[in-house]
Design a binder for this molecule. Structure first.
Ligand code: CA
Length: 229
């Protein structure tokens, strides 16, 4: 699971990312609102831990922007602002939870578990695009037009899930590498190409009118077959 910490207190940001990594999460940090927004807009974070008082764009603005762009990462505000009105404003901007500083790391972990659990319950079991359906619990890929079904391997599944959640968008090889193999991973871009070719074969087998188009020098885009990008 990928977590983004947007926090301008350098020491706290570092302590948070280190603790998160120890807990088994992949964590990145940004130390101002604009840098945080740029990272968060990639859509590759499952959870964002967001401070409110930040240099540049403040936390409320970051959150409003993300929700406007339909980035659905679960967001926990972590702020020294402890007034009821601050909490209400944060939740109304689209935060999923609000924790005030000072806080205990174990409470933050519990809240991360809670928001991701909730997110998992809300999200449907089936992702669909262009007649192609992917069951996110069983990894079964099927076509609505034919009865062809097949089961994906774990990496193939993660890759296709990522593409299906971001259809008609060019996703770079580095975004894919970070999302599937993690930020520090030494996986070569070549691996991405290999998994894409596996997926293409399987998608062709379902006969769904969907293709993974290569965008030269950048990455890939899931689109309706024959569609112009
Ligand atoms: Ca701050």
């Amino acid at each position: 699971m990928n977590i983004l910490v947007i926090e301008d207190e350098y020491r706290l940001a570092e302590a948070l990312t280190e603790s998160l990594k120890k807990e088994g999460y992949q964590a990145d940090a940004a130390c101002d609102g604009n840098a945080g927004l740029d990272l968060a807009l990639s859509g590759r974070y499952d959870v964002i831990i967001l401070d409110l008082m930040l240099p540049g764009m403040d936390g409320y603005q970051v959150l409003k922007h993300l929700r406007k762009e339909k980035v659905r990462s679960a967001t926990i505000i972590l702020s020294a602002k402890s007034e009821l009105d601050d909490k209400i404003a944060g939740l109304d901007c689209g935060a999923d939870d609000y924790l005030t500083k000072p806080f205990q790391m174990k409470e933050l972990f519990a809240r991360i578990r809670a928001v991701t659990r909730r997110q998992g319950e809300i999200c449907e079991d089936i992702l669909s695009f262009g007649g192609l359906s992917l069951n996110i619990r069983t990894f079964v890929l099927s076509s609505q037009a034919t009865s062809h079904t097949l089961t994906l391997g774990a990496k193939e599944f993660q890759l296709l899930e990522y593409l299906m959640r971001n259809p008609r968008q060019v996703i770079s090889r580095s975004q894919i590498t970070e999302k599937i193999w993690g930020y520090d991973s030494e996986v070569e871009y070549n691996n991405v190409d290999v998994y894409i070719s596996f997926l293409r074969k399987k998608i062709r087998h379902t006969k769904a009118c969907v293709e993974i188009k290569a965008v030269r020098g950048v990455g890939y885009c899931l689109q309706e077959a024959g569609g112009a990008l």
